[in-house]
Design a protein around this ligand. Sequence first.
Ligand code: SAH
Ligand code: SF4
Length: 433
Amino acid sequence: MTDPSTPARAPRPPKPIPDPRPGLSGLPDGGLESWLASEGQPAYRARQIRDGVWRQNAAAAEDLLTLPAALRAGLDRSFRMDTIAADEVTVADGGLTEKSLHLLSDGALVESVLMHYPARGFGRAGAGEDGRGSDGRPEHRERHTLCISSQAGCAVGCPFCATGELGFGRDLETAEILDQVRHAARRLAARKAHLTNVVFMGMGEPLLNLDRVLEAVAALSDPQRFGLGARHVVVSTSGVVPGIRRLTEINPQFTLAISLHAARDPLRDVLVPLNRRWPVAEVVAAARAHARVTGRRVSYEYVMISGVNDTDLDADALSGLLHGDLAHVNLIPMNPVAHTPWQASSPQRVTQFAARLREGGIGATVRRNRGQDAGAACGQLAANRAGEPPAPAVAHRRELIVRQSEVAMRGDRSVESLPADLEAAMAGRKGKR
Ligand code: SAH
Ligand code: SF4
């Protein structure tokens, strides 16, 4: 029964009719040549079209002025030049962070975040001999990193994550992943800059949409298309073990990041519900094998939540778990999100936790949160747009999180089943949108 005093969710605008044409940027290698042949067009047009998509970042076929009008019309009939219908960009951190809410053609909303890192120390007198700038911090050239989404929503349901609260919408198409990159590249080109890094740390679990993520990385690293070295790409997972194993077999050049957040199963069952299917030791064993086979360091992400996963006991469990590995831990104070009973760990606690990890032989870096004033935690813009859920649903969610955490604090494994969305997503069924 609904409480009449409860504010209802904001009414959603009517759903747009999905556009059946595939996104042009998502065409696999050779796809353009096949299409041109089927249209009776010369193969050399492929390069001009690719330049339009990847250099000019064109939004419509009519912008490809090097092509004859009939070919532009043919392209428009067969493909969507841009799978993103509209963008809403919010700027934070004095212009250093730009958060985009992208509207897709079926009305789904996804987010990407563009972060600018001005050059530090680079090329200045006295800087460089020890790899550090004059402020003592590591030096680097100017960087522009884009954090992108691989799914609309996410089925994993981590309780500190705004995307997790939204639940699973659907997998993104390859072009929808790539068009987030093209939009950022277009904005950067206007300021004579270019993207230097792409990280799959936005909405969604990339390893539950792995085929498309791999196609997207192939396009990003192809010199004929986006031309960003795969070494500048990071794919983050909450621990889909079969996906990690598949990546180890393929041996791609990108970096794998594992969202760990807890080293002990009872707590990780709560923080990352996928842990109920693949426990932490299996995740770390798969990551370890990946590092051994590929020779590339795996990085671990650890969101720090006050009084939940930031005790000395947690630090020791983490160093015990990763001891002797080619591993590095990034500590991220939790971004504030609605509807959790939790807060970020204090800066002192984060520093002490990092020091304890280092004493235990584990490399650790504290990451600063970006764009808190823009609703930094990924999924927040989309969650705001979805409207405030009814108060009883929020109360139920908080209660569940508290109850599950109490079980974890006693050291017991969760007896809860996987979230229904997650079962469905893993079985390859569609989400709710
Ligand atoms: N689903 C994948 C990739 C997207 S989430 C994964 O979980 O790895 C990317 C990162 O954002 C994860 O490390 C996740 O834990 C982190 N994150 C989510 N919500 C956060 C919050 N409220 N504060 C800080 N980091 C958060
Ligand atoms: Fe999904 Fe990652 Fe958010 Fe967990 S942290 S709900 S896996 S997007």
